[in-house]
Design a protein around this ligand. Structure first.
Ligand code: ATP
Ligand code: MG
Length: 934
């Protein structure tokens, strides 16, 4: 039998549902767009969440997709299963078919059955279905689904099983859409059971052994949860399904492990070519291979979605899995960086379905290798430190064990965090190592320490929830309006052609609740039916401005605008005048000069992005962006610092593009068309079906690029064809022409994160201010130097030389004068245990002077003598050779009096802790010598 490939299986799934009227939708990014509460996309549902909530609409009612998922953090974390079992990954693909208020249980079940048994030919006797039966008895049993299952041709009626809330009831969150689900399990046969030796094991569906494999989960969304014990039926019901792609491939390819499918063949082959092990040897100790294959695949997909290794949040996860894979590599004897080799295999396996992998090949390989190299530098010290801690615990364990103290086995989370902060040893690896020795690490303590650290360094919470807490409240407000027939489509939003907007004040919110009125100084949120204030997104900051009563009786200064939940826009600000009241007619007015500065910076950002591609190459894609009125900040992928020449070139190219007075055109397009045309899309952004594109074109250049006759015959098409200077998907506000940017100046270039550079730049008014400020400073410098502006560099250089000469001369003079008074001090020696000891403070000297004095001391006292000389906090000590032979070291005298330093045995240099207490410190010299001579 010819085995079907993984690629074919994925395609069959998609084709099957397309034939049944579904639209094939691409996977969304692993970084959930517009959902700050979730670290990673962890199921197919994430990109459709708003559709279920009713706040987003799609042009289709049926969809099919293969979604990239990560389950390595938060509620869904399968990291600990990876390497141990054959069915859980950190990264995996979830195949899904979707109905948004269209078909329901009957079709979903019939199609699932048809696909599995007719298209793929699975043995009907081996398939089991579970349906929901409430263990609390509150929600009706899903007999509907059970009935449909029993009706499928060839389905064994007794293969429907009932399970409770834990297994068969799905909820999106504590409140909101939810419903029963029905899982399809596949019986792989008794030989797969890995628990036969456990007497109390019952070999059954959900019995936790490897015999029954959960393949596919069909979720039927039919309720809205109003409270912990109150459900209401939804007006429209939905279907959300998720099938584990790797699992179905393992079944169809008839192999005993996801890792034995062709999805992993190339990766494991590469690994074996590196270790030199045979397949049999590999299978005998499969864990390291599984971990490396899994983690490398995850890392490659993460990096392709813009998540590079780093210290917090998503970036921490990327770092952690790379390091964990590298550590498992050492178990296989792989010392040199090797993950890039495995990643090549991943790209080759997945590149055709997920083109982002091919596009990011350079970034993937580069980031992996760099991270391995970085880790290799510290891992040994880190693990050695960890081992010390673990040994400590173990030696304690014996005594505390008797008292049954669990903590005795667990490494304190804060200590584990120190290991991460100091040696880059991720928690998960510390835990691996501890567990290999029968110990454990306190995870909550680690997370708490990490969060504290982030808060202390001003970076905000490292993981977990970020904002969005009041979403439900605002969604409720919108619902109330809609019940009254207001805001049928939510607040209207059109920031692109701002005019003064007039309307009634719909709601006034203060301290998290609606109020009738407010007073001067109050912080309020205002909702009006329509707004042109831009809401922060794509890096561009929100507009600011004013909302005032039409009759002038009140005024609120707006300093932020946000969308707390879909369809609601809140203008946030402070009451400056009067008492705003709900229902008052009012006018909203944007701060237009500020908006204009923002537009300049946004258009300049696109010009610079294009210029970076010209100068550095296509890998220099955007990794982050801030478009503010006073500056722009742009992060992009690039492995090393830009040279001054590269920076200058980018600046010049952008200024040339400004001078070329190019047109900036915005257009709405189908997302797929725009991307097919090469428009740049950004990682982590959530794009709808229709996208806004920003094209910057040069009509003069275009004239040459387009044939004259085409221009006449197909004017629009020809313009579309013309060479675009820049082409991006972007929702921001832009200029009409590039010349309006005025001037563009790069202020700084530096590192933002591993493999990511950051440029800050200014334009327009900001650039003028910068130039004016710098020019003023230059003029002041010229005046101080008594030179012309042009001569400043030469003059400054001359002056530097002069200063250096003077310093040298001064030092010589100081030494001379010190030497001449030193003769007197040389008499002030003490004798301690037969050693001549001198300790003096020399004012106004430097290290050279002290050394000259030290030489003089030794000339005068060639044997059995020691001296400590200090000026300010600089200290030098010398001892004669015979004392060195006795085992004394010059450095000991410095440390002996509380200083720090070192050097040769007969002469050392260092520093004293306090320049105001030099004589007290030196007074300890005699004692120090005495101690050392003991
Ligand atoms: P399991 O109980 O096996 O962990 P689950 O109940 O967590 O699965 P769902 O959240 O229902 O799974 O996800 C839908 C499907 O995705 C599952 O039926 C399974 O086939 C697959 N799946 C879930 N988690 C993973 C994972 N970590 N790696 C690979 N496939 C997975
Ligand atoms: Mg699970």
């Amino acid at each position: 039998m010819k085995t079907i490939t993984g690629t074919q299986i994925r395609q069959t799934f998609i084709d099957f549902f397309v034939e049944h009227g579904h639209t094939a939708v691409p996977s969304s990014s692993l970084v959930p767009g517009g959902d700050a509460t979730l670290l990673f996309t962890n199921s197919g549902m994430v990109q459709f969440k708003d559709v279920f909530l009713g706040t987003d609409k799609r042009p289709y009612k049926r969809a099919v997709d293969s979604q990239k998922c990560m389950r390595v953090a938060g509620k869904h974390n399968d990291l600990e299963d990876v390497g141990r079992d054959d069915t859980h990954h950190t990264f995996f693909e979830m195949l899904g078919n979707w109905s948004f208020g269209d078909y329901y249980k009957k079709e979903a079940i019939a199609w699932a059955w048809q696909l599995l048994t007719e298209v793929w030919g699975l043995d009907k006797n081996r398939l089991w279905a579970t349906v929901f039966k409430d263990d609390k008895g509150n929600v009706p049993t899903d007999e509907e689904a059970a009935g449909f299952w029993r009706n499928q041709p060839g389905f064994l009626k007794e293969n429907v099983l009932y399970f409770g809330r834990k297994d068969n009831f799905w909820e999106m969150a504590e409140l909101g859409p939810c419903g029963p689900c029905s899982e399809i399990h596949y019986d792989r046969g008794i030989k797969y059971c890995d628990k036969q030796d456990q007497p109390d094991h019952v070999c059954h569906v959900n019995g936790d052994c490897a015999r029954f494999l959960e393949l596919w989960n069909l979720v039927f969304i039919q309720y809205n949860r109003l409270s912990a014990d109150k459900l209401e039926p939804l007006p429209a019901t939905h279907v959300d399904t998720g099938m584990g792609f790797e699992r179905i491939v393992s079944v169809l390819q008839d192999v005993s492990s996801n890792y034995k499918t062709d999805l992993f063949t190339k990766s494991l082959d590469v690994l074996r070519s590196l270790t030199g092990q045979s397949e049999k040897e590999m299978l005998a100790d499969f864990t390291p291979y599984r971990v490396i294959a899994d983690h490398t695949r995850s890392a490659a997909f993460l990096i392709a979605d813009g998540v590079v290794p780093g210290n917090v949040g998503r970036n921490y996860i990327c770092r952690m899995i790379i390091r964990r894979a590298a550590r498992f590599g050492t178990k296989l004897g792989l010392e040199e960086p090797f993950l890039a080799r495995v990643a090549e295999a991943v790209i080759s396996t997945y590149g055709s379905f997920y083109p982002e992998l091919e596009k990011s090949r350079g970034a993937i390989l580069d980031n992996l290798t760099r991270e391995e190299v970085r880790f290799a530098r510290t891992v040994e010290t880190g693990t050695a430190q960890l081992q010390n801690l673990l040994d400590g615990i173990r030696s304690d364990k014996g005594s505390k064990n008797k008292s049954g103290n669990q903590a005795a086995y667990i490494l304190d989370g804060r200590r584990a965090f120190d290991l991460y902060a100091t040696y880059g040893l991720p928690f998960e690896i510390a835990r691996d190592i501890a567990r290999e020795q029968g110990l454990d690490v306190d995870e909550a303590g680690f997370r708490a320490a990490m969060d504290d650290h982030r808060l202390a360094s001003g970076g905000g919470k490292a993981m977990g929830k970020m904002g969005g807490e009041d979403a439900e409240y605002f969604a409720g407000i919108l619902k109330d309006f809609q019940k009254k027939g207001e805001l049928p489509n939510g607040v209207e939003y059109d920031p692109y052609l701002p005019t003064q907007i007039t309307g009634n004040l719909l709601a006034l919110i203060m301290d998290g609740r609606m109020v009738d009125t407010a007073s001067v100084g109050d912080q309020v949120s205002l909702i009006i039916p329509k707004t042109d204030f831009y809401i922060e997104s794509g890096g561009q900051v929100s507009d600011t401005g004013y909302i005032r009563a039409v009759d002038g009786s009140w005024e609120v200064e707006i300093n932020n605008v946000r969308r707390p939940s879909a369809g609601v826009i809140a203008h946030v600000g402070e009451v400056l005048l009067g008492h705003p009241k709900a229902a008052d007619p009012c006018v909203a007015e944007i701060d237009m000069p500020r908006r204009h500065d923002i537009r300049r910076n946004h258009t300049a950002t696109h010009l610079m992005h294009a210029a970076l591609h010209q100068v550095l190459g296509p890998h220099a894609v955007q990794a982050g962006s801030l478009v503010a009125p006073d500056r722009l900040r742009f992060d992009f992928n690039h492995p090393e610092a830009m040279t001054p020449e590269q920076i200058e070139r980018v600046e010049k190219i952008v200024n040339d593009a400004i001078a070329a007075d190019m047109e900036v055109i915005s257009k709405l397009k189908a997302r797929e068309d725009a991307i097919a045309e090469g428009a740049m899309a950004l990682f982590g952004e959530k794009y709808g079906e229709t996208v806004r594109t920003i094209t910057i074109t040069d009509p003069l250049r275009a004239k040459d690029a387009v044939k004259q006759e085409d221009l006449i015959a197909f004017p629009t098409a020809a313009v579309e064809q013309q060479e675009k200077y820049s082409y991006e998907l972007c929702g921001g506000t832009h200029l009409d022409r590039t010349s309006d940017v005025g001037m563009f100046i790069i202020v700084s270039e530096g590192s933002a994160a591993t493999g990511v550079r950051r440029i800050e730049a200014v334009t327009g008014r900001g650039a003028y201010e910068l130039v004016a400020r710098r020019f003023k400073a230059l003029k002041q410098t010229a005046a101080a130097l008594k030179s012309s502006v042009e001569e400043v560099p030469q003059k400054a250089e001359n002056m530097q030389d002069e200063v250096a000469d003077l310093k040298k001369e001064l030092s010589g003079l100081r030494t001379q004068s010190a030497l001449s008074t030193f003769d007197l001090q040389l008499a002030n020696v003490q004798t301690i245990k037969g050693v001549t000891v001198l300790a003096v403070e020399v004012p106004n000297a430097d290290a050279d002077t002290l050394r000259a004095l030290a030489d003089k001391f030794r000339e005068k006292y060639p044997s059995k003598a020691a001296a400590v000389l200090a000026t300010g906090t600089i200290v030098i000590s010398v001892i004669t050779e015979d004392l060195v032979k006795e085992g004394l070291k010059a450095g000991d005298l410095i440390t002996g009096i509380g200083g720090r330093g070192g050097g040769r045995p007969n002469m050392a240099q260092g520093s004293l802790p306090d320049s105001t207490k030099v004589s007290e410190t030196l007074a300890k010299t005699g004692k120090a010598v005495e101690e050392k001579l003991k």
